[in-house]
Design a protein around this ligand. Structure first.
Ligand SMILES: [Fe+2]
Ligand SMILES: [Fe+2]
Length: 121
């Protein structure tokens, strides 16, 4: 899989998120895998947010807002779980993967650069 960050924990966690999204896309995927995505994304977002706070990252508010949108999307999707079918799960996986790709290669890259510069000081 494509490398997403020079920070080991950030890259490893992004890889796990994309792997979970691949599981969601698989035909016959158990809708409960969404719960795994919710838990793991929370774990990942919380760590990024701790770094932002610790390092006083300037774009912290906008980045956290972006995480909050993803959190809200997952909540919304999970409310519709009882009507989950392969087409629904496929759409969900595509939507969340596109969102995460934009986030990981957008604002997360800015955070990555900031963390690398800070630890290098
Ligand atoms: Fe991230
Ligand atoms: Fe992020």
């Amino acid at each position: 899989m494509r490398k997403t960050s020079d920070i080991i924990w950030q890259d490893a966690q992004h890889q796990v998120l994309f792997e979970i999204l691949d599981l969601i896309r698989e035909p016959g995927a158990d809708p409960r895998v969404l719960l795994r995505l919710k838990d793991y994304s929370e774990h990942h977002f919380a760590l990024e947010e701790r770094y932002m706070e610790l390092l006083d990252f300037p774009d912290r508010d906008a980045h956290i807002e972006s995480h909050d949108r993803f959190r809200a999307e997952i909540e919304e999707i999970m409310l519709g779980l009882n009507k989950a079918d392969p087409v629904f799960m496929g759409l969900v996986a595509t939507f969340l993967t596109e969102w995460l790709t934009r986030h990981v290669f957008g604002v997360d890259k800015e955070l990555e650069a900031f963390i690398l510069a800070s630890t290098a000081k």
